[in-house]
Design a protein. Structure first.
Length: 141
């Protein structure tokens, strides 16, 4: 899949993913800053990844975990700071949520501060239904 938006390429080509860009961003994020590097790399390998590129440089990313039939989990969404405010994140989410493969699936995600963004694409707040269990392992050096 390839979608062009302004001067940006959105693609699901895993070969294009700049793992260092993903690692660096997630290390600073509130949701993944305690995830070990090897876990992040494994998550990239075992998920559907969507990168956004400007002149060959990765500037945004999102990851989808799915059973391929009933549900998908949208996660690790980011746009590098210097590219924010240009509609790139919106176009990335729009592209993913409009993919035929997710059409009949329930989409879920977690966010602390971007509810308004995701509501534009049909996600609804559901504080009462979902639960989570945090990882119980220790961070390995």
């Amino acid at each position: 899949m390839e979608v062009y938006y302004k001067d940006y390429l959105i693609t699901d080509d895993k070969e294009k993913i700049d793992r260092q860009v993903v690692l660096d961003f997630l290390a600073q994020s509130y949701w993944a800053n305690k995830r070990p590097t090897e876990r992040i790399l494994k998550s990239i390998d075992h998920s559907n990844g969507y990168g956004v590129y400007h002149q060959g440089k990765q500037i945004a990313y999102a990851r989808v975990v799915t059973d391929g039939a009933t549900v998908y989990y949208l996660c690790d969404v980011f746009v590098l700071k210097e590219y924010q405010g240009q509609g790139i994140g919106k176009k990335l989410i729009e592209t993913i949520t409009n993919l035929k493969e997710y059409e009949w699936m329930t989409g879920i995600l977690g966010t602390k501060d971007a509810h308004g963004l995701y509501e534009q694409y049909g996600f609804e707040r559901d504080q009462e239904r979902f639960m989570r269990r945090m990882p119980q392992g220790r961070r390995e050096s």
